[in-house]
Structures are given as structure tokens and as C-alpha cells.
Design a binder for this molecule. Structure first.
Ligand SMILES: Nc1ncnc2c1ncn2[C@@H]1O[C@H](COP(=O)(O)OP(=O)(O)OP(=O)(O)O)[C@@H](O)[C@H]1O
Ligand SMILES: [Mg+2]
Length: 258
């Protein structure tokens, strides 16, 4: 499904974002990427929908090297690969429904979307997606009137409405409190299992990584330094990835801690 073949990325200022990354991510996997700040987690995630472009190697998605894609192919790629951000990236002044239906943009075309000419099936799909993350009662509310956790659920509904094969999430819970973080991770995990959408998530907290991941990838200085099933990961594994002892602030704590 996703294959990195000796992928490196050097930013224009000379910083090495990725260094000789070799990885295969299988269909339906729920992968969590961990590592210290600056390790290259966002760079790895963002290369998979070409928000950044690796400078060497090959990156195959569904057997096609996306590194030489140009505008039309990039649009198609971004329709297949959905993205969830730390700050939700909703259009604040628009309604929840407008935000969620915009997940169909890549399928419907810009003109029809601007005119709000979405097919009935798309509106139904958007509503069902809101129901799946338990927030359909907010459908006509303005996005900026929702709490952070509610906004992130709307962002998940938007990505579901897009019907992607892959979901990328860059620190999706970094702005949320612990109980809300667990709730959002639970929804991400649920849609991964129900729809078999390959999901790749960056997380800061190691207890969350262990609780939700099928597989954990550890990064340091742009390199993959650990790759294995979550069940095989121990405190020592994290100390090796981080290059230091685990601290209390590496843990989010359970929902029961609040
Ligand atoms: N646009 C850029 N130009 C130059 N260097 C960059 C750019 N973006 C990131 N970097 C550098 O590349 C390295 C990897 O950054 P990246 O954002 O991928 O790390 P990260 O693991 O996501 O960190 P964090 O946990 O803080 O989000 C860092 O040294 C960072 O400073
Ligand atoms: Mg990052």
C-alpha cells in the first residue's frame, strides 16, 4: 500500500528531514509514529501526501511513485489520502455541514462545490459521517462554536466523507485534554477498523501510542530507529528511540486520571 524506498529529504536550508527511510505500510494498519521534537515525524507524514517532497528515493502509494507527481495527479493523490491536523483546520465561520461536505471537493469539482451543488448521496454521506463520530446534533452550528474535541470529531467526519484509502494525522490530540484525547483516538481507531482505512498517526505520548497502535515506528534525527508491533514495545524501547529516560510528561495518563 505504502512503500518508502531509501527516501531522504533535505530541506532547502540544508536540514536533513528524512534519512534513508525504508518502510512498508500494509493496507488497514494503524501505525503510530513516535520520536522527540524535530525527529522528522511530521516530515514523514507530510511526504505521504506530498505536502513536502523528498529529495531522493522512491515513495510508492498503491504501487505508484508519487515523487514525480504533478498538479492533476497530486489532486487525485490528496483525494485518496485524507489528513487530520493538530489545529483541526476547519473553516471557522462555516457550519459543521459545510465543513464536512467539503470532504467531497476532490470528487465533485470546485465549481459545483462553490455553488453548493452536492449530490444528495454526498449530503447523506456527510450526515452519516457526523453520526459515526457522534456529533450530528451540531450539524448547523458554526465550527468555531464547538469545543476542541468536537472540532476534531468534525475533522474526522470530513475525512470520512472524503472516503480516502489512507488517513494521515499529525498530532491530532496535541491540543486536547487527556479524556478528550482518548475519545478522539478511540474514534480514529474505530473508523480504521470498520472501514479498513490505513491510518498513520504522529503522537507525543508513549502511553497513547502503546494503547492505540498496531505498530509503532520510532524516529530519531530523520531516521527510522525502531519498527515493530505495539505488543513488543517496552519502556526500554522508548528510551532507545528518545535517547534518554522516560519522563512523566511523556505520558498523557488515562481518562480516569482527570
Ligand atoms: N520547512 C522546513 N525548513 C527547514 N527545516 C525544517 C522544515 N520543517 C521541518 N524542518 C526541520 O526538519 C526536522 C524534522 O522536523 P519535523 O517537523 O518533521 O519534526 P517532528 O518530529 O514533527 O517534530 P515535532 O514533534 O516538534 O512536531 C527538524 O530539524 C526541523 O527543524
Ligand atoms: Mg511535528
Amino acid at each position: 500500500m505504502i512503500e518508502f524506498k531509501d527516501v531522504s529529504l533535505v530541506y532547502p536550508n540544508g536540514t536533513q528531514g528524512l534519512k534513508n527511510v525504508n518502510l512498508t505500510i500494509n493496507p488497514g494498519e494503524f501505525v503510530v509514529i513516535v520520536g522527540l521534537s524535530g525527529a522528522g515525524k511530521s516530515t514523514l507524514i507530510r511526504s505521504m501526501n506530498r505536502l513536502v517532497t523528498p529529495t531522493s528515493g522512491e515513495l510508492l502509494i498503491e504501487n505508484q511513485n508519487i515523487l514525480n507527481y504533478r498538479s492533476r495527479q497530486l489532486r487525485q493523490l490528496r483525494t485518496k489520502v485524507g489528513m487530520i491536523f493538530q489545529n483541526y483546520n476547519l473553516v471557522k465561520r462555516s457550519s459543521v455541514m459545510k465543513n464536512v461536505i467539503s470532504g467531497r471537493l476532490g470528487h465533485t469539482g470546485t465549481l459545483r462545490s462553490l455553488l453548493n451543488l452536492y449530490p444528495k448521496e454526498d449530503l447523506a454521506l456527510a450526515y452519516r459521517s457526523l453520526q459515526r463520530v457522534n456529533i450530528s446534533e451540531k450539524v448547523y452550528q458554526r465550527a468555531d462554536q464547538l469545543s476542541g474535541g468536537q472540532q476534531q470529531r468534525v475533522a474526522i467526519a470530513r475525512v470520512l466523507t472524503q472516503q480516502p484509502n489512507i488517513i494521515l494525522a499529525d498530532e491530532p490530540v496535541a491540543s486536547l485534554d487527556p479524556p478528550t484525547s482518548h475519545q478522539v483516538m478511540t474514534y480514529l481507531r474505530k473508523v480504521n477498523k470498520e472501514d479498513k482505512i490505513t491510518t498513520i498517526v504522529n503522537l507525543h505520548f508513549i502511553d497513547m501510542a502503546m494503547e492505540y497502535a498496531d505498530r509503532i515506528i520510532g524516529m530519531r534525527a530523520g531516521e527510522v530507529v525502531f519498527d515493530g508491533p505495539a505488543s513488543e514495545v517496552s519502556e526500554q524501547t522508548f528510551e532507545e528511540i528518545y535517547g534518554r529516560k522516560i519522563r512523566e510528561d511523556d505520558l498523557v495518563g488515562g481518562p480516569e486520571d482527570e
